[in-house]
Each structure stands twice: as structure tokens, then as C-alpha cells.
Design a protein around this ligand. Sequence first.
Ligand code: PMP
Length: 365
Amino acid sequence: MARVYNFSAGPSMLPEAVLKTAQAELLDYHGSGMSVMEMSHRSKWFDEIIQNTEASLRRVLNIPDNYKVGFFQGGATQQFAMVPLNFLTTGTADYLVTGNFSKKAAEEAAKFGTARIAASSKDKNFTYIPDVKAIDYDPNASYIHICQNNTIFGTKYVDVPQVDGIPLVADMSSMICSEPVDVSKYGVIYFGVQKNVAPAGMAVAIVREDLLGKSAKGITPAQIPTMMNYTTLLEKDSMYNTPPCWCIYMTGLVMDYLEHEVGGLEEMKRRNEAKAKVLYDYLDSQDFYHNPVQKEYRSLMNVTFTSPDADTDKAFCAAATEAGFVNLKGHRLVGGMRASIYNAMPAEGVDKLVAFMEQFRKEHQ
Ligand code: PMP
């Protein structure tokens, strides 16, 4: 068996120990005589799975009791629309545009009301995060929306907006569980699971209870399509209809792993910082590769870099694939390379990538 170092931005690597548990439990889950893929979502086994998954997610992320947790289909992109449908109560919200996904989120919200672009880092091709303390927020905004880690551009927030009485809504798809987060600073946190948490096919939302039961200005809560209504789905504990059972199960395994094998998110953060430092220190130590991001806003998860020209980028990716470092091609919007080094990427994968990069540099500079 030859597993590669997979630097994909998502879906991406899962911890090998988790894959092995899933493999061991595949044919006969805990004496049920069937796999989790085959069992009724109303069975006692699945009931235990979903409850345990939520409980361990709550422990790992330290989620306060006044927040509900839900498992949703439709990915993070569906959350872009669910957020305004449910929470755009004043008809207007402030969006901070720091990349492709926050722009898409704002475009979805604009279908239901005003998505005011309160700040943007487009002027410098999204290589930084605007100073959140210097932004003129709309006092009438229903919420402030951010994308906390920008998967494509490799940036992340240091501080997050905090305005009295205006809930903060954050897309944490590409940084959830990479470090501790103070959930109480947010009204809503949502994330697609396919990077740090599980296989593709699900989003998780963590919603402060007082925000529920409402709707976008101009419609009633009853007019929200049922599958996009947080209140309905959360009241039914994500079991209004058939939930994404396998993703929920895998999320539970990853949470167990984070809690018991890693020892929690402080330790995860320490490991992630150490991994990212190896790569950024190398990028800063030479002048063949270049990372365009302002240093203080560098992502721990997605590290972008270019070589001197597009042809060399191409040659780099081909040689890297050959050497067992796959999915390093940058997003089509920015070109170059991107190493996504999520939780499950071992430190050794980054060390070896840096050694490979140095070898390639010597041969091509
Ligand atoms: N937000 C962020 C930060 C992302 O990285 C992605 C996917 N790469 C999305 C949203 C969209 O997620 P999905 O494909 O699950 O809809």
C-alpha cells in the first residue's frame, strides 16, 4: 500500500487511524450485522452515533449550551443561502469580502436583501485581511459575515469583528478544528466538513438559540423552504429527514480522534503552527518561490506559493506528483501552487515537501 501526501484543498486527507476504524467497522458496525451506510437513520445504532457525534463535537469545540448544532446537506454553499433566509431580519447585512467564498456568500445574500460589502481586500488580490476594528459597520445590519480562513488565497483572520448587538456569522470550512475557537464570539459558525472533519457531503452549523425562529425581512419563517430552515431542522435534531448518516459517523470518529489521540484543539493548534512554520520559514529563506500573503494574515491551513513563471509551476506540480506529493496545483483563480496542510497532514509530509522543494529549486534556479 502506498499512501501519498495529499495536499488537496478539500476533500482532503483524513487521519489514518480514523480510516482504519471505519474499515474495521465497515461490514458489521458494533454487532448490528451491517455497515453504517446500510442502517436505518431511526435505528438504535444510528441514534447513538448522531448523539455521540454531537456530544464530542461540543466537547472538542467547547460549544456553550445556548448554541444548537445541526448536520446539513448542501455543503457550505447551501449555508451561504440559508444564512440570509433565516437571519436577514432587517433586510440588510454586512459582508467582509476576503476571497472567492465570502464573495459567493454575499451574492447569495443579495438575492434576499442587501448584502453590503463593508470591507474588501480585492484591491490587493485578497492577500490580506482588512483591519476589522477600522470598519464602519452598519448599525442596522442583521449580522456581519466573514470567511475566517480563505482557502484559495491562503489568508486567515487574526481578530474577528465584534459589534455589540450584531451577531457575527463565520464560514470556518477550511479552519474548523485546526485550533480552539471562542464560540461565544459568534452568532453562527458553519463549515463544510470535507477538509478537517469528514468526507464531503455535509455542512455543520452552530447557531445561537436566540437567533432562531425568524426569517429574512419580507418573508415569514413558514415560507423558508423546509430543508433550509435552521429552526425546523434543529428542532428535529437534524432528523427531519434522512440525514447524511455516513458523514455524521465519520465526523464522530474524527472528533474522537481529536479528543483522545491528539488531546484537544490546543495541541492540534501547536502541531499546525509547527507544520506551517516549516513551510513558511522555508518560503522566506530563498527567492525562487514566493508567498504573496501579508505575513500576519498567513493561513495555517492553506499555503500558497509561486515559482518564477507559470511553466515552472507546471513542471513543479508534475515533478511533485511523481514524487508522491499530490494536489499541489493552485486554484485556477490564483495559479501557482497551494499546499493545504490540514490537521491530518503529518509533519513528516511537510518536512518532505520542503526537502523536495529545495531539490527542485537547486535544479531549476
Ligand atoms: N467556504 C470555504 C471557505 C471553502 O473552502 C469552500 C470549499 N472549498 C466552500 C465554502 C464551499 O463549500 P462546499 O463545496 O461544501 O459548498
